[in-house]
Write a protein that binds this ligand. Sequence first.
Ligand code: NDP
Ligand code: 8X3
Length: 261
Amino acid sequence: MHKNPTSKWAIITGATAGIGWATAEELAQAGFSLILIGRRSDRLKELRDRLVKSSSQNDRNQQFKTVQLDVTKKSQVDDFVQAEGSSLENVTVLVNNAGLAKGSDKVQSAQLSDWDAMIDTNVKGLLYLTRAVLPYMVKNKSGHIVNLGSVAGRLVYPGGAVYCATKFAVRAISEGLRMDLAGSNIRVTNIEPGMVNSEFSLVRFGDQEKADKVYEGMTPLTPKDIAETILWCVQRPSHVNIQELVIYPTDQATIGQVNRK
Ligand code: NDP
Ligand code: 8X3
């Protein structure tokens, strides 16, 4: 793949913010070389620079590669696979994190473009990357797919029909993958967080004030909380597969029930 690679390579989609960024930092700290995917090239560069700096301080033989890519664009995923070629054999972990909610309108008044964005990113993008990387993992008889589901993949709330549907889909895909991959020694984990203070609500509402209100008076999870959880799942012995992991802030009992000061 690259000169003097470490044996552990992970791909993280949506590495330019929030959970993906924090996961890159955790995995790098644990010695992984990384392929970092996202649409914002300035953020990818900033993240790479940070990782390179801290890894050289640790004197580690790690590599960090950035790929500006929109996971909803199959042609871009194809180009990525083509460019990487058989070097994808070195990838042991795929973190399918890129995802978003757009709006919270009722079905009868929602924007169709919001639905397209959520379905294309959260479901189709996840599938494109998974399909691209899996054959190499199957050949190696080893690998770990970590999907970012959500508590919204277990419960539906008003104004969340389509976002929830995409996360229910992530859960179904994770379960189906485990069945299809039985005997392949490949693990599939579905991480299902509650409220995490990232750019998620800003992207959803397009308004910082509205986004801040979501977490007002309560203590949400941080992206680092989720990243540490992902690393823990990945670091279990290979015979242990954390299939699903639901993680809420202590201040959130369930969707819609939040303790606010
Ligand atoms: P952020 O908005 O902070 O980060 C989302 C990331 O996804 C960004 O790096 C963004 O990068 C990337 N992304 C979005 N669309 C695309 C695309 N088409 N192609 C490539 N990358 C894309 O949100 P979070 O970190 O909170 O979200 C990460 C995941 O966690 C999502 O799947 C989300 O649904 C899930 N989740 C979040 C929760 C929360 O409360 N925050 C709770 C439960 C689950 P860029 O814009 O540069 O492409
Ligand atoms: C994000 C969690 O409750 O905002 O997946 O839908 S929620």
